[in-house]
Every structure is written in structure tokens, then in C-alpha cells.
Design a protein around this ligand. Structure first.
Ligand SMILES: C[S@@+](CC[C@H](N)C(=O)[O-])C[C@H]1O[C@@H](n2cnc3c(N)ncnc32)[C@H](O)[C@@H]1O
Length: 387
């Protein structure tokens, strides 16, 4: 495909997304219907689409509209390209630009537009991040790094690096955790590589790994909000005895296969069986949240969040802590984590938990910035106050 044809494909997909189809679904449908597109074409079209979704506000201003065509004109301008070189009308390229489209709009640069955030969230964003607010917003508009967790139950970090290199996947040490690698080349080869298929590495954000690396020593651990089990598997790879629970057990459907591949067993517990089990030394609540620390991976979530939903999430987070604390051993740990950068979902939830439970205190809090090495995350360690 020519560069212009890739832009035309992105326009078509953005219009499908604009009409309400989720981004991944729209991309998959387009790829199935476009057998002529090679893997490089598919990757380039995907990058265009996700670059637009991350930068929706600024590119709408720069392109003078919100349909796929305007958004792509805006994206090319933002990337320092001349859109007229892509909009030629030749072959499969989009039609040549009109007189009006050629006029580069004035980019007023209001904060929400420059930061590519909805206006309503700006105050909370600034309260949460202070002097880091702008850098965080701008980082969320960039592509996310690809990080791997080395399964130390099967190999070493250097062992994994050289095995990956032999398969054409280049990596470098990621400083956030001793299990973490950043992929610098060949990420697309990963999923079919023996190193991945044999469970020597898992795809996992490095800050997510650091949250597990920070955990206090504890033998029997419960991942209360296990989802796909990324953190449960990371805990199991540390040699802990791990059980996984989720309000929606269907979310854990891939966990047995992943645990088998990793060679690190994870038991699954249901709501019903949980009450009959002995309390755990550590209960991790990786709570549902706005996902604001990982909006560069799921940019649609940035635009789908609204104030009432954020309020609802904080209520769910409080309820989860109140529920999960019942499974913690008297000398045990309650760990709270989110992939959010918002105080209202992080420090504020910990503070209100301690207010409701004065016999508990927080011994550790850590924030992870959105950076080249990892997503935005938060974690806090809570335990009972000792007499
Ligand atoms: C952030 S995701 C977990 C991601 C997972 N820990 C990982 O690292 O892959 C949050 C999970 O919490 C679950 N959840 C939501 N409400 C819950 C509740 N009240 N009790 C337990 N789990 C809940 C959701 O179904 C979702 O799978």
C-alpha cells in the first residue's frame, strides 16, 4: 500500500469508530476485508488510527473537523507532514484537499486541546499531578512502550534477552523492576516466538511489575481483582502461594493456560469458596479504575470517562477494599493498586479507608509516572496498627 492508501484506510476505519464501533473491532474487520494489506501496512494503519485516538482534540482542531478525513489531515499536520502529499486522489489515496481544507487553522492552544484531555478532568489532573500534569498529559498522547516480564521461575533476565535476540526480538533492561525488559525491535515477532510460547516471558507493563516487586514478604496471597491474572502470575513467579478471585470469573478464563505456560500454579477461588478459606497473608486489590495511567494503550477510555462514572468508580474502589479486608489475616497486608494517575482514585481512597478503619494504617505509597519505561500506576500497603 502507498502512504496515501494507508491514510485512506485509516480514514475509513476512523469513520467506522466514529459511528460507534470499538477501535479493535473496526481494525480487525478492515484487516479481514483487506487481504492485500501486508503486516507492515496493517501496522502503519493501526498506528495512524491510534495516534488519532490519543490526540483526538488537537487533531480535530488542526484538521478542522471530527470525521476521519479531517482527523487524518490534522494528525499529519501535527506530525509535521504536509497532508497534501498524501491527499492526492491518485490510486487509492484520499481525494485531493479542497481550498478550505488547505487553510491551516489557528491552533488556539487551550489547555484541554494541547493536553488532549476532556476539559472536565483538567482540575483533578492538576490537583493530582501538580508540576507533572502537563508532561503526563503529553506522554499519554504518545505511543506506549512494549514491556516484558521475565519469568524468573524459568530463566534469568540476561538469559531471556539472548534467547529473544536469537529470535529477532531486541530488548534492553528496563530499570523499573528486575524482571522488566523493554522491547526495542521486533515486538511483532514476540507472540509466535518459542521464548514467549514456552513461558519464559510475559507481556506486562514494567510499572505493573514494580508493584509486585515492592510487595512485602507474604506466603499465602490472594489476588482479589485478578482479571486476566497478570499480577497473580507475577506473584506466583516470586514463589508465593497465589489464589485468584474476580467478581467476573469469566475474566480469568485464560489464567489456567497462562499459569501452565509459565509453570507457576495459581488456584482460582469463587465468591462462595472465599469465605470458607483461611485468611490470607496478603490480599491485593488491583481495583477497576479510570485507567488514566494507561490511556495511551486504550485511548478511547480517555474520551469515554465522565464525572459520574469517576464517582461510581471511587465507590466501587471503597467497596472492594471493605470487602477484601475481610480475607486478610490479623497480621497480614492489604494492598491497593490502580493504573490511574488521579488522586481521587488513589491517595484519597487510601485515606478514606483508614478513616473508616482507624485500626489500619498505610505504611507505603508509591506513584509511577507515565514514562518511556512504564504506565502510570499507584500502590499502597496497608496493615493493622500494632499495639
Ligand atoms: C484492573 S482489572 C485487574 C487486572 C489484573 N489484576 C491484571 O494485572 O491483569 C480489575 C478487575 O477487577 C474486577 N472487579 C470489579 N469489581 C470487583 C469486585 N467488586 N470484586 C472483585 N473484583 C472486581 C474486574 O472484573 C476486573 O477484572
Amino acid at each position: 500500500m502507498t502512504p496515501g492508501a494507508r491514510v485512506a484506510a485509516a480514514i475509513e476505519i476512523l469513520d467506522v469508530i466514529g459511528a460507534g464501533t470499538p477501535a479493535e473491532q473496526a481494525l480487525t474487520r478492515w484487516a479481514r476485508a483487506s487481504r492485500y494489506a501486508g503486516s507492515k501496512d496493517r501496522a502503519a494503519v493501526r498506528d495512524h488510527v491510534f495516534d488519532v485516538l490519543r490526540n483526538r482534540r488537537s487533531v480535530a482542531v488542526l484538521g478542522g473537523g471530527t470525521d476521519g478525513r479531517a482527523l487524518m489531515i490534522g494528525l499529519l499536520r501535527q506530525q509535521g507532514e504536509d497532508p497534501a502529499l498524501f491527499f492526492t486522489g491518485e490510486g487509492h489515496a484520499p481525494a485531493a484537499m479542497s481550498e478550505e481544507e488547505r487553510r491551516s487553522p489557528d491552533f488556539s492552544g487551550e489547555t484541554g486541546e494541547r493536553w488532549n484531555l476532556p476539559d472536565w478532568i483538567l482540575a483533578e489532573f492538576q490537583r493530582s499531578l501538580g508540576s507533572e500534569a502537563e508532561a503526563t498529559a503529553l506522554a499519554l498522547a504518545q505511543r506506549a512502550p512494549v514491556s516484558l516480564r521475565v519469568n524468573l521461575a524459568k530463566t534469568t533476565r540476561l538469559g531471556a534477552m539472548s534467547a529473544l535476540q536469537a529470535e529477532g526480538v531486541e530488548t534492553e533492561i528496563n530499570p523499573l523492576a528486575e524482571t522488566a525488559l523493554s522491547v526495542t525491535l521486533g515486538a511483532r515477532r514476540l507472540r509466535n516466538s518459542p521464548v514467549y510460547l514456552e513461558g519464559l516471558v510475559e507481556l506486562q507493563d514494567a510499572a505493573s511489575q514494580a508493584i509486585i516487586a515492592d510487595l512485602p514478604a507474604a506466603e499465602r496471597c490472594l489476588d482479589f481483582c485478578a482479571g486476566g491474572g497478570g499480577k497473580a502470575l507475577a506473584m506466583a513467579a516470586q514463589g508465593r502461594d497465589v489464589s485468584a478471585h474476580d467478581i467476573d470469573p469469566g475474566r480469568m478464563r485464560d489464567l489456567p493456560a497462562r499459569a501452565l505456560r509459565a509453570g507457576t500454579p495459581v488456584a482460582q477461588v469463587t465468591r462462595e469458596t472465599l469465605g470458607a478459606l483461611d485468611p490470607f497473608d496478603l490480599v491485593l486489590c488491583d481495583a477497576p479504575c479510570s485507567g488514566s495511567g494507561s490511556w495511551r494503550r486504550a485511548p478511547h477510555a480517555k474520551w469515554a470517562l465522565y464525572p459520574e462514572r469517576l464517582d461510581e468508580l471511587t465507590q466501587i474502589q471503597d467497596n472492594i477494599l471493605d470487602d477484601a479486608v475481610q480475607s486478610v489475616h490479623p497480621n497480614g497486608w492489604l494492598i491497593y493498586a490502580t493504573c490511574s494517575v488521579l488522586r481521587v482514585e488513589n491517595e484519597d481512597r487510601v485515606a478514606t479507608f483508614v478513616e473508616r478503619n482507624p485500626d489500619w494504617h498505610c505504611t507505603f505509597e508509591r506513584r509511577f509516572s507515565v514514562s518511556d519505561t512504564g504506565d502510570g500506576f499507584f500502590s499502597a500497603h496497608l496493615t493493622r496498627v500494632k499495639d
